[in-house]
Design a protein around this ligand. Structure first.
Ligand SMILES: C[S@@+](CC[C@H](N)C(=O)[O-])C[C@H]1O[C@@H](n2cnc3c(N)ncnc32)[C@H](O)[C@@H]1O
Length: 258
């Protein structure tokens, strides 16, 4: 009998599985392009993806002719966006840069930026099995300050964060078909209000083998008022709050104007 080999997936691969389940990608892409049109962002504009992850939606935007610079602090994520772009035959400009270093690399060059997929709240905790909430707050502010610096005057920054009405929950987000057969994906979200920590645990259940893999990520439960204060302190002049983007049903969107 052939020996059963254990299967391991990296967090970028697991995030890719989740994206398939929590977004209608086509609908979101159309929603984002609708927002670009609203803010006069065109194929000539220079756009920053701050925290590009595995490449959603930047790879699709490049396919549509948009000029995107993708950045992420995780070398694993940068590897994944490059792999995904290659699979799609797309050439992507992707760099391994932390938000707090963005202004050292770019200054006043972008017409628009987006930091999406509830990324900002992981500023000091992504791919770590610990979090220090005060460190997260510092790093979130540094990120926003850097977003401000890399935009042109009049430039706009799209940031989404945890929905203000989110309650802790546990749910099955669906199944994905992998090389190892069907995998069921469960999500658990818990809030520690005292410490302001949100814990998100993804469990992969491999139906063929009965094996289970767990991935826990910790983020700062950033109050929306605090986010608005950070934008103002960094210099942003106007903030559009709870912006409706077709296809974005997971997180709350803010657009800050320099
Ligand atoms: C939940 S994923 C979202 C990825 C992508 N934006 C999307 O929508 O699929 C969060 C991403 O933020 C990145 N990130 C977290 N903290 C960061 C920091 N301080 N600087 C740059 N990237 C960061 C992570 O590496 C990760 O790729």
């Amino acid at each position: 009998m052939p020996k059963q080999i254990d299967i391991f997936y990296s967090l970028p691969e697991v995030w890719d599985f989740c994206l398939e389940k929590i977004y209608n990608k086509k609908r979101y892409l159309a929603g984002l392009i609708g927002l670009f049109n609203h803010y006069n962002i065109t194929n000539r504009s220079l756009i920053l993806d701050a925290g590009c992850g595995s490449g959603f939606p930047s790879i699709d935007l490049v396919k549509k002719g948009y000029r995107i610079v993708a950045t992420d602090k995780s070398s694993e994520m940068v590897r994944q966006i490059r792999l995904n772009a290659k699979k799609e035959n797309v050439s992507i400009e992707a760099y391994n840069i932390m938000w707090s270093d963005l202004a050292n690399r770019f200054e006043g060059v972008f017409d628009f930026g987006y930091c999406r997929g509830n990324s900002l709240v992981y500023a000091a905790s992504w791919e770590q099995n610990w979090i220090v909430p005060q460190r997260s707050r510092e790093e979130i502010y540094k990120a926003i300050y850097n977003f401000y610096k890399v935009l042109k005057p009049g430039g706009k920054m799209y940031v989404d964060i945890t929905n203000k009405d989110e309650k802790p929950y546990q749910k099955n987000i669906g199944m994905v078909n992998t090389k190892q057969g069907l995998v069921k994906i469960d999500w658990q979200l818990s809030h520690d209000i005292k410490s302001m920590i949100r814990t998100w645990t993804i469990t992969l259940n491999f139906l063929k083998t009965g094996k289970e893999s767990k991935y826990s990520s910790y983020s700062y439960l950033l109050p929306h008022g605090e986010l608005l204060d950070f934008f103002t302190k960094a210099g942003f002049k106007r903030i559009d709050k709870y912006v409706k983007v077709k296809g974005e049903g997971n997180y709350n969107v803010f657009v800050a104007h320099k």
